[in-house]
Design a protein around this ligand. Structure first.
Ligand SMILES: *Cc1c(COP(=O)(O)O)cnc(C)c1O
Length: 410
């Protein structure tokens, strides 16, 4: 396609999307107010940014940051740490922390995110998986329309079921994200049957896409990554676990050690970037959402199947585009990389990555290595050749990269 034609197409799209964008901005406004109120209540000041060393007893920067997350995620307790290496690590702390031999976990939203398969022991046999520890696993598929099969979940709940995992985001799957309302109805139905079951939400990519969070919707435990939404594009690493105090303590005992839990952990890098990232997160997420909506709209117009559609409700920042063609898929990802601020000359190729079952191509020309709150695209190389686009520090960057991608693919 010609450059001018593409620019015209994008301008028309922006005109058509005004109402959608206004709703995204309204959500960002409400979340910015929630974040600001939390900072004010916690009386955040420069002393909270201080570097700490050694055990980190009484590390006020670490503890206050955790307290902000606790409030914003609607939970009793939270731990936020640079030492949580990734979203997968945060989720593993929850699963390995809460479940005991003889227990059963249910994945209530179908197949969980790829990297969880080895933690659970569904695929592969990584030493230390839940399976090796004698924890059983059941999976309840989503219904035809992509919603939760609540009757199926309730039917699978026997006495051994101690944890039910709900993945909010679509991850690498062609399905809708779970809304807060979906999570709320599932949590209340599950708790009506057994109030002691831990309803756990994989909250990766979900934070600040809505005006409330899984804790407000009755979830007992959740986890996420700081190089996705909640780090605002500024946090250099890290993850969080939040939920009911007793479950968060179990995860904290896995992070450090039983009896020590969340009491230790220092960070000589200091915490300023985590606070600043959290403060920026509502806006950064809105930029990513607007980029995703624009992408959905133009690729729909170009005749591709997309999920979600431009006018669907969104509970995550991921945009899936189905190419039905390996070459187009690879060219799309390569164009995203070529239009990145960092490593624009690198040409990504499909590669077997740890934790993933198929070769994956990943475009991530990011300031924070692998950060997917920054504009990035991933795709497992299997039919029907779906690319998952996410992130953007600025909407303008998403728009420029999209122009480049259309030029390359069409
Ligand atoms: C990204 C992601 C994970 C894993 O997070 P990493 O930080 O990549 O380890 C888990 N679940 C979902 C839904 C994700 O999007």
């Amino acid at each position: 396609m010609q450059r001018q034609e593409i620019e015209k197409m994008i301008l028309d799209a922006e005109e058509a999307l005004k109402g959608r964008f206004a709703r995204v901005e309204e959500t960002a406004y409400k979340n910015q107010r929630r974040v600001l109120d939390a900072f004010k209540r916690a009386n955040v000041s420069a002393r909270h940014f201080a570097q700490t060393t050694g055990y980190g007893y009484d590390d006020i920067g670490r503890d206050t940051l955790s307290d902000l997350f606790r409030e914003l995620l609607g939970t009793e307790s939270a731990i936020v740490r640079p030492q949580i290496a990734s979203g997968t690590h945060a989720l593993a702390l929850c699963l390995l922390g809460v479940l005991r031999p003889g227990d059963t976990m249910i994945s209530g939203a179908g197949k969980p995110y790829d990297t969880l398969e080895e933690i659970i022991g569904i695929e592969g046999s990584a030493p230390g998986s839940l399976k090796e520890y004698g924890v059983s696993y059941k999976q309840i598929e989503l219904l035809e329309d992509g919603t939760l099969d609540i009757d199926g979940i309730l039917g699978a709940m026997d006495k051994s079921v101690k944890l039910i995992l709900l993945q909010r985001s679509r991850g690498y799957a062609w399905r809708p994200s779970l809304s807060l309302t979906d999570i709320e109805s599932a949590a209340s139905a599950i708790h009506a049957k057994d109030p002691n079951v831990c309803v756990m939400v994989d909250n990766c990519y979900g934070e600040f896409t809505d005006i409330s969070e899984p804790g407000h919707a009755g979830a007992d435990l959740m986890a996420g990554s700081l190089i996705k939404n909640a780090g605002g594009g500024i946090a250099p690493t890290g993850g969080y676990v939040a939920g009911r105090a007793r479950f968060v303590e179990m995860a904290a005992n896995r992070l450090t050690s039983p009896g020590i839990g969340a009491e230790v952990g220092s960070y000589e890098g200091g915490y300023r970037a985590f606070y600043q990232g959290l403060f920026l997160a509502p806006h950064t997420v809105s930029q990513a959402l607007k980029g995703a909506i624009l992408c959905a709209y133009v690729f729909e117009k170009l005749g591709f199947a997309v999920e979600p559609a431009h006018n669907d409700l969104r509970s995550d920042i991921i945009q899936a585009i189905r190419f039905d063609n390996e070459d187009k898929l690879i060219r799309f990802c390569q164009a995203i990389q070529a239009n990145s601020p960092i490593d624009s000359v690198v040409v990504p190729e499909p590669y077997k990555m740890p934790g993933y079952q198929h070769p994956v191509i990943m475009a991530a020309g990011t300031f924070v290595f692998g950060a997917s709150i920054e504009l990035s695209a991933d795709a497992p190389i299997i039919p029907p050749y779906i690319a998952y686009l996410q992130g953007a520090l600025t909407y303008e960057h998403a728009k420029i990269a999209l122009e480049g991608a259309i030029e390359s693919v069409i």
